[in-house]
Design a protein around this ligand. Structure first.
Ligand code: ADP
Ligand code: MG
Length: 314
């Protein structure tokens, strides 16, 4: 394609909210064999909602929610936001004036008055968060986080968790002072267009893959809903880029679509990195494309644009 054709295509893309950083990326997209989708926030809406909270120790449910929200208040993860929202509603439902005006704006202030102080907070990538509350260690996250800290999950909690996962929900486990306390189930619905886009890619001869740090059962349930057969689950953030490289080994051209900090090494490793608009700045920096509208149809728009630009004029 001539430089003019590339410029025109870049402009057409921009008009559709498909921002491409340079002619090389525009050219590579035409030959994509694999499109790898991150799950949370990419295939799903990233608007996680808590559907269940269950205590398996003697702790009061309100205290449990306060504890969890206090620890998650420092986290940027979509799961953390869902937990805070749920705890907020639990504690303030019925106690707030009926008009919601002003509450949304005051929420942070209200929360900060009521949350416990969390010290030494840290995120454990791909696993969860940890901190100290009342000088006791709080752990919130998946099985791996519990295992590596020597926390035993009782069988009745484990079977409750399996049930959630079979229903496409993500379970998060909570331990306080080295003992398991309870868990929460979180739902994150698919984006409306997700299944149609997956189907469309298959028709274009492109192989869709789902890549997630979430557990196998939840991942399989979500993949089935969206029509993806090739699933890579329980992948640590560093491992996401390895998955990209392993698919590239036979010369395949790999596109990666993601939104999170976790996805940026994979976005950079991919032949075509596509960051979802509204995603993290770090992801946007690592990508070749930014899909501003946060709509997965633009993955197809981007590939189409490249095919049209480079097939016509050779
Ligand atoms: P994904 O690849 O789907 O975006 P992540 O790598 O961000 O997932 O997280 C993997 C898993 O780690 C989550 O499914 C969850 O179990 C756990 N996790 C991560 N962050 C948190 C958090 N802030 N609170 C609770 N659990 C978390
Ligand atoms: Mg994500």
């Amino acid at each position: 394609a001539t430089p003019t054709a590339v410029m025109v295509a870049t402009g057409i893309g921009a008009n559709h909210g498909v921002l491409v950083k340079g002619g090389d990326a525009l050219e590579r997209a035409q030959n994509v064999n694999y499109v790898i989708f991150d799950k949370t926030g990419t295939l799903t809406q990233g608007k996680a909602v808590v559907t269940t909270a269950k205590v398996f120790s003697g702790m009061d449910l309100g205290d449990f929610l306060t504890l969890v929200a206090s620890a998650e208040a420092s986290s940027e993860h979509p799961l953390a936001k869902a937990v805070l929202e749920y705890a907020f509603h639990f504690h303030f439902f019925g106690k707030l004036p009926s008009s919601k005006d002003g509450i949304e704006q005051r929420k942070e202030q209200i929360l900060s008055q009521w949350l416990l102080e969390a010290e030494d907070f840290s995120a454990v990538p791909g696993k969860g968060v940890q901190c100290l509350i009342n000088d006791k260690k709080v752990l919130i996250g998946n099985r791996a986080l519990m295992n590596e800290n020597g926390v035993t999950v009782p069988p009745e909690a484990e079977s409750f968790l399996v049930d959630l996962e079979l229903n496409a929900k993500t379970g998060i486990l909570v331990a306080y002072d080295s003992s398991f306390v309870g868990l929460m189930g979180i739902a994150d619905p698919l984006k409306r267009e997700a299944a149609v886009v997956v189907e469309g890619l298959k028709k274009m001869g492109i192989h869709p893959v789902m890549l997630t740090g979430d557990n196998w059962r939840t991942a399989q349930a979500v993949a089935k809903e969206v029509g993806i057969e090739d699933v890579r689950a329980e992948v640590m953030p560093a491992g996401k880029a390895d998955v990209v490289r392993s698919l590239q080994k036979d010369g395949s051209i790999v596109a990666m679509v993601g939104d999170g900090i976790n996805d940026s090494p994979a976005l950079a490793a991919a032949d075509v990195g596509m960051a979802i608009g509204g995603g993290t700045d770090i992801a946007i920096e690592a990508a070749d494309y930014v899909l501003v509208r946060n709509n997965l149809e633009d993955v197809i728009t981007a590939i189409d644009l490249s095919r049209k630009t480079f097939n016509r004029i050779r």
